[in-house]
Each structure stands twice: as structure tokens, then as C-alpha cells.
Ligand binder design. Structure first.
Ligand SMILES: [Zn+2]
Length: 81
């Protein structure tokens, strides 16, 4: 019974290996390079992945320091002889 159910499910759904659950195929981004024409991760997960990356950088104090101390137009006045 489970096999029939999963085959039926895969007509309309696709398994996302990230959240390990079946999502509607419309819940995946189109990806022409992929054999199925769909991205391997669902929209939620690919969104999570990209925003997590950004959040990690922003949370990192060293990264924030870098932004704060970014040199502005370095070498315009000071480097003059
Ligand atoms: Zn997912």
C-alpha cells in the first residue's frame, strides 16, 4: 500500500532532502539543469539556505566590525607626499 501511495504522491509531489518531506512540485523552483526540471530543495529550504548564510555573516561580530571599519576612499589625502 505504501508503494502505491508513494508513487501516486510523486506525481504531484517531490521529496526535499533538506526538510525530508514531500512538497508540491509547485513548491520547488524551476531548474532547467536538473533532470526533473526542478531544483533539488524546496522553495522554503532554498530560501532558508540563502538567508541563513546572510544571517550568519551579519551575526558574526567580526563581519560587522569589517563593515564598520571599511576604509573609505583610502589613499586619497593621507598618501599624498
Ligand atoms: Zn525543503
Amino acid at each position: 500500500m505504501n508503494e502505491i501511495l508513494s508513487t501516486d504522491l510523486e506525481k504531484t509531489h517531490k521529496l526535499c532532502p533538506k526538510c525530508n518531506s514531500y512538497k508540491l512540485r509547485s513548491g520547488f523552483h524551476n531548474h532547467k539543469a536538473m533532470s526533473e526540471g526542478l531544483a533539488s530543495y524546496c522553495k522554503d529550504c532554498s530560501h532558508d539556505l540563502s538567508s541563513a548564510k546572510y544571517n550568519e555573516s551579519v551575526k558574526d561580530p567580526a563581519f560587522r566590525e569589517q563593515l564598520k571599519n571599511r576604509p573609505k576612499a583610502k589613499g586619497t589625502i593621507e598618501s599624498r607626499p
